[in-house]
Design a protein around this ligand. Structure first.
Ligand code: HEC
Length: 193
């Protein structure tokens, strides 16, 4: 009797294993889960990214760029948490990586701490997404989106042409088209298991 029950248990377990494997596959970071595309392939303005993992803030102030920085002024960069976890353990940006660069104006140039550049208001939003299924022809499978440089931002955006954004990233960025040379958080995380 006991043996029969054990036997049944083993059979039930064996039957469950393929189901567990299938469930695990679905749980893997799939293509761009943290953002939404409409049926025309336009990307909806990302939400919730201020609670993702923060990786760095390059700053290109207008007053050092002839009054008109191409991307004004602070650039707060965030990565989606599942891609962060993958990058931390493998040193690679996985399928479904989303990088958001939120532009913030320089609000003030002096504070009680000294002279400098201090953040003012949110003014713009750019996004890079790695997705081989959606963007099979883009270098590194990265596509780039701009929601504008002044509020109100566009509600959705189409992928930019390769020459407009990807070409510069491909030529000059340190790691898989991402400018990790300016993101100490990503550099520190790479390879640490
Ligand atoms: C001439 C070079 C150049 C072009 C063209 C360019 N970028 Fe970038 N991009 C950079 C540099 C340099 C950084 C990092 C430093 C910074 O933000 O100033 C960056 C960072 C980014 C980031 C943060 C993640 C990362 O890859 O480092 C996003 C998102 C981004 N750019 C989107 C865009 C979009 C969208 C376009 C096209 C509309 C674009 N970029 C065009 C040079 C470029």
């Amino acid at each position: 009797m006991i043996y029969r029950m054990i036997e049944k248990g083993v059979i039930a377990l064996a039957a469950a294993i393929p189901l567990l494997v299938i469930a695990a596959l679905f749980a893997l970071p799939a293509a761009a889960q943290d953002v939404k595309f409409d049926s025309d392939g336009a990307l909806a303005q990302p939400t919730g990214y201020r609670e993702w993992v923060y990786v760095g803030t390059p700053v290109t102030p207008n007053d050092m760029n002839g009054g008109e920085a191409p991307f004004p002024e602070f650039h707060n960069v965030y990565i989606n948490p599942s891609a962060w976890a993958h990058y931390k353990s493998t040193g690679e940006f996985p399928e479904g990586t989303v990088l958001v660069k939120e532009l913030v104006s320089v609000g003030s140039k002096a504070a009680s701490s000294g002279k400098g550049y201090f953040m003012g208001e949110f003014i713009g939003l750019e996004t890079a997404i790695k997705d081989s299924k959606r963007f099979p022809k883009e270098p590194g499978y990265w596509a780039y989106f701009s929601f504008g440089h002044s509020y109100p931002l566009a509600k959705e955006a189409k992928a930019q042409k390769t020459a407009t954004c990807a070409a510069c990233h491909q030529a000059l960025a340190a790691d898989d088209m991402v400018f990790t040379q300016y993101y100490p958080v990503l550099r520190a995380a790479k390879g640490t298991r």
